[in-house]
Structures are given as C-alpha cells and as structure tokens.
Design a protein around this ligand. Structure first.
Ligand code: CA2
Length: 168
C-alpha cells in the first residue's frame, strides 16, 4: 500500500478518509431574485447579489469554493442539485424558498446528494403562517438556520467548513 493511502497502527491498517471536496453549492429557490426590491418589511433591503458577494468573501476566508445559483423553477432547482452531485461537491446550502414547503422532488434530489446539507431561511418561518412551518428539506438536512437574514448564509458556510474539518 502506498504511504499516502493510510498508515499501520499496531498491526491494523488505518485508512485516511478521502479528502472532502471543498466546493459548496449555495442554491436559492423561487422569488429570491426579488430580494431587496419587494416586501422589505419581511425580507429586508439586502439583495441576492449582496448575499452572493458576502458568501464569496466568507468562503474565500474559509478556503471554500462556492457555486451560487438562483432558480425560479422547481425542475431547475432539482437540476442544480444534480449538478452538485455530478460535481462531487462537499456540501449544499439551500434556501428553497416556497418549494421548502411543497416539493417532494427537491426532497428526493437532496436525499440523493452524498455530502452535507444545510437549510437556510432568511425569515423565521416558524413565526409566520402555519403553511411555512413544515419543511420537506429539514428531514434530509444536517442542520437548519432560520430568521437571521443574510447572516444565516454566512453561519452556514462556517458550519460547513467545520463539518469538512471533522471529516478530514
Ligand atoms: O425566509 C425565507 O428565506 C423563505 O425561504 C423565503 C421564501 C418563503 O416562501 C419561505 O417560506 C421562507 C420566499 C422568498 C421570496 O422572497 C421574496 C422577496 C421579495 C419579494 C417577494 C418575495
């Protein structure tokens, strides 16, 4: 066995786990392109471009690569998850917007993703209408952050980096 493949401790071979791919897909669902332009009383004045810029800065500081996307269509969001699978990304941070509460297709696609998943919401969905209290994403997520606005995305990146370190 080449030295790089593992080490021998007291007669046992201890294999080092494969390095985690440090690419994180940050996926955003329907209407999130309207952030900062409509309903500022609910979602604030921060735009999705502001969130993307802050995520890129945070990711660079953490040594993570970011693929940041927004799609309005359910199938398009599913395809973005498939792209994350094909890219062997280490993690997905997802704000699936209203599909959070409705989409079994997004749930199924995320279930097929072998890396880490963190669900993010800008608003505290549990303090809003009851139809926002159920999530099809939560059962397949490692963790959930809601109600902290853009900060939630940055905390999710921080948590993703920690999860990658744990696995290394
Ligand atoms: O709080 C969140 O991040 C949500 O995922 C946002 C979704 C909502 O359906 C979820 O229940 C909670 C809505 C995103 C739409 O954002 C808009 C922004 C400006 C104007 C209209 C919609």
């Amino acid at each position: 066995m080449p030295a790089s493949a593992g080490s021998v401790v007291q007669g046992m071979t201890v294999r080092r786990r494969d390095a985690v791919n440090r690419t994180v897909f940050i996926l955003n669902g329907p209407n999130l392109n309207l952030l900062g332009q409509r309903e500022p009383e609910t979602y604030g004045r921060t735009t999705l471009a502001d969130i993307e810029a802050a995520c890129r800065e945070k990711a660079a500081a953490l040594g993570l690569a970011v693929d940041f996307r927004q799609k309005n269509g359910e199938g398009e969001l599913v395809s973005d998850i498939h792209d994350a699978i094909s890219a062997r990304a280490g993690g997905i941070i997802i704000n699936a917007g209203a599909y959070t509460h409705t989409s079994i297709a997004v749930h199924d696609a995320l279930r097929a993703f072998p890396g880490r998943i963190i669900e993010v919401h800008l608003s505290n969905t549990f303090a809003r209408e009851s139809f926002r209290h159920h999530s099809h994403i939560s059962p397949v997520a490692d963790g959930i952050i809601a109600g902290l606005g853009m900060q939630g995305y940055l905390l999710a990146l921080q948590a993703m980096a920690s999860l990658f370190e744990e696995a290394a």
